[in-house]
Design a protein around this ligand. Sequence first.
Ligand code: NDP
Length: 475
Amino acid sequence: MARADFTPADRGELYIGGQWRPARGGGTIAVEDPFTEQVVAHVPAGTPADVDEAVAAAKSAFEPWAALAPSVRAEHLSRLHQSLANRSDQIATTVTGELGTPIKVSHRVQTGLPLTVLDGYIRLAAEAAQEGEIGNSLILREPIGVVGAITPWNYPLHQVMAKVAAALAAGCTVVLKPSELTPLVAYLLFDAVHEAGLPPGVVNLVPGTGPEVGQAIAGHSDVDMVSFTGSTATGRRISHLAADRIAKVSLELGGKSANVILDDADLARAVKTGVGNAFLNAGQTCTAWTRMLVPATQYEQACELAVQAAKAYAMGDPFDETTRLGPLASATQRDRVHGFVRQGRAEGATLLTPDDVPDRGYFVAPTVLADVDPKSTVAQEEIFGPVLAVIPFGDDDEAVAIANDSRYGLAGAVWSGDPDRALAVAKRLRTGAVDVNGGAFNPLAPFGGYKQSGLGRELGVFGLEEFQQVKAVQR
Ligand code: NDP
């Protein structure tokens, strides 16, 4: 797909109660292409009044949707899958255009992954157990109700799908607010929803800003659960709003994951894979292994390998098939990341990679920092850019202590020539996921964080159960 295939148009409407209709307010949000730095389209800035209407539509759709046989809900999701799959190329070009993900990655991850997740929920909707028994009690798994979904920009369709597909499969109805930076791909999803003929009100779209629309959703008395992905700071705010009415929240938040490379590992493979993980999507990935922990005896060699690997991340137009590192999503994000790199150097880190970037686009160069103090800002804060901190350790105990010295606990990795030793270290990491020796991402495995990385799980059956509550009927 070429840049010429990216032809976004203004979208003037919201999707509420099965219909496209104008927003109540007159405000708009400009969508920028982070490579050309040009505004390419506008969408409406929704208002709390729009949220009220969307929540009312979701509320009246809830009972009939929840009452459908799970297999019928699965048929609806199958038609949605078909409509969405027909738009695959458009989805990839839209995410590359509004976010800057290199086009090859957009096809594989930004488009392929949400389709895989939806496919998984079609099967789970039909198969997941709705009932069980404990003694004289019938145990029913019932949908929670109206779900408010608030999503970020880094995997803009995947994060929506992880919530919407699971919630709909469970029998819930949804009001979605996508990120204001990347709303266009959400419009493609709702074009597919409309074409697939999902019952009116089952899923509703209100684009807008976090402080207006996001906050109205999180604080709405008829929203039974808020499912949020984004920063820990915003997750905390949403929790406070939901706590006022004891509404459930599910939070997928930040991370500062450690890639622990033990002294008997295949160092070259572990470093190369680790750099690839840290720089995927220009580092705008919550699970990114942004701290590379290597034995002190192999530190210089690991740093050299990391610098070599970083050189392969050619910056350029994300529509160019040879580009491996696109721009960051916004000028704000670029400036935030540059600020972290400056602070890291001020706190003693050594910059091992060149920092020159193309003239145009919100780029941050692929960055490797050495001599990073595990307590320093760049080792503790989620940076959300292509910045890797390489940290030495003495023995396995010290590696585990450094890895766990974080308020986050989302993901991580362990590499060792001895699988038992790797698993023993993996078990000691206080995170929701660990990949051993490059174990592949599993879209059916539970995904979520320990500590301040979140609450609850997404994906697979654990993700579906997040949207259910249990009832005991004694007989
Ligand atoms: P936010 O957490 O602020 O944004 C995520 C979503 O929450 C967006 O839809 C946003 O709306 C919405 N939101 C913002 N404020 C509120 C609010 N008060 N009430 C309800 N919803 C709200 O992340 P940012 O986009 O500001 O990114 C900042 C940093 O967060 C990044 O540098 C990164 O470190 C981290 N982040 C982490 C992510 C992850 O997956 N772990 C994902 C994204 C960001 P709006 O569209 O207006 O922004």
